[in-house]
Design a protein around this ligand. Structure first.
Ligand code: NAD
Ligand code: UD1
Length: 340
């Protein structure tokens, strides 16, 4: 059985679906601070299988010990974490406690239970403002501009030291670029509870009429149209990569870093135009100054994951946007129905 921490959340739920569709048993540990039980219903309705779910906190050693005792867990995919950059600036201790402290507690519990295979949800944010594009795994980690990014880097460093001290570990540090999109069924996707910070959830809310305009942060970057460039990757491609990473870790010990991106960068305006083309909706824009802490360009060299895992993201930007829009429409419809 695979323990997926944060498995009720956006990425974790897609990972759990992927595991179940490959015949793996999944056990979710999630405190539901940024998700709800409805994602469990959605997973069941897509796959016909229901993962085991335990509501609990990854920082709670007692809960972890009970899980490792009661279930036959042979690997952990650690997605639980806090991810809002602005919030991390306001509440740094909560971010370090969850993202670093939670990871330390999990690793201690794993070690004591004799479970040494771990896949960790890291982020391209650990590269900071990298001068060279595309970014490969040999690029030095940078100095992330906010506590969220720092907490991911610290958690990675904890895991690297742990592996260096004990050869029984197999750890995969997955550095996600910009995950977007939704399950093609339209039944599972990202459901932000607060005002979204990230581009796509905000764009979707503008397109569905919940917000007046998309703020384009910065039009004077050194890019082809002046707006920031990122490597957007479909969440289902990402989920498939977790399975491949797990397979590789079962065969090879040590610490392994893999970039999870497509290798293709798109600007904010590229994304907006593609969305308008694919979904047939005009997105009102409002041009704003640069967002503090943003970098101009960031895209992956995903060659190492391709070579070592046989994984590459193959879903196009158009597909990501169409899937995300299908999910958004199903949400808006559900909301209308509830209100009506
Ligand atoms: P999410 O918020 O949808 O999912 C995280 C899940 O973890 C939520 O269900 C939340 O309830 C749970 N959780 C949080 N703190 C917990 C705790 N202390 N104990 C148990 N459960 C807890 O976020 P996501 O987008 O699915 O991200 C998953 C992971 O990937 C996070 O670690 C995030 O930092 C990382 N990541 C995300 C992105 C992105 O753009 N979405 C990019 C890079 C890295
Ligand atoms: C952000 C975080 C990063 C985190 C990632 C996933 C910052 C500085 N970085 O990455 O640490 O890992 O989210 O959670 O916050 N944009 C707009 N209008 C918007 C929103 C975004 O123009 O309303 C632009 C941004 O300026 C950027 C691009 O869209 O150029 C992507 O932004 P976003 O989706 O927030 O992701 P990142 O900034 O790459």
């Amino acid at each position: 059985m695979i323990l997926v921490t944060g498995g009720a959340g956006y990425i974790g739920a897609h990972v759990v679906l992927e595991l179940m569709s490959h015949g793996e048993d999944a056990l979710i540990l999630d405190n539901l601070c940024n998700s709800s039980r409805s994602s469990l219903e959605r997973m069941a309705s897509i796959s016909g299988r229901r993962p085991v779910f335990v509501q609990g906190d990854v920082r709670n050693r007692g809960v972890l010990d009970t899980l490792f005792h009661e279930y036959s867990i042979n690997a952990v995919i650690h997605c639980a974490g806090l991810k809002a950059v602005g919030e991390s600036v306001r509440e740094p201790l909560r971010y370090y406690d969850t993202n670093v402290g939670g990871s330390v507690t999990l690793c201690q519990a794993m070690k004591d239970a004799g479970v040494f295979t771990l896949v960790f949800s890291s982020s391209a944010t650990v590269y900071g403002d990298c001068a060279r594009m595309p970014i490969n795994e040999t690029c030095a980690t940078g100095n992330p501009s906010n506590p969220y990014g720092q907490s991911k880097l610290m958690a990675e460093n904890v895991m690297k030291s742990m592996v260096a001290s004990d050869p029984r570990w197999s750890v995969g540090l997955l550095r996600y670029f910009n995950p977007i999109g939704a399950h093609e069924s339209g039944k599972l996707g990202e459901a932000p509870t607060l005002t979204p910070n990230n581009l796509l959830p905000y764009l979707l809310q503008v397109a569905s009429g919940q917000r007046p305009a998309l703020h384009v942060f910065g039009t004077d970057y050194e890019t082809h149209d002046g707006t920031g460039i990122r490597d957007y990757v479909h969440v289902v491609d990402l989920a498939e990569g977790h399975l491949k990473a797990l397979q590789a870790l079962r065969a090879q010990r040590g610490v392994h870093i893999w970039n999870f991106g497509t290798g293709q960068g798109y600007s904010v305006i590229d994304v907006v135009k593609a969305f308008e083309r694919v979904c047939g909706i005009t997105v009102p824009l409002s041009y704003e100054p640069r967002r503090p802490g943003d970098i101009a360009r960031c895209w992956a060299d995903p060659g190492k994951a391709s070579l070592e895992l046989g994984w590459c993201a193959h879903r196009s930007l158009e597909r990501m946007l169409a899937d995300a829009w299908r999910w958004q429409c199903s949400q808006t419809h559900a909301f209308d129905t509830q209100v009506g």
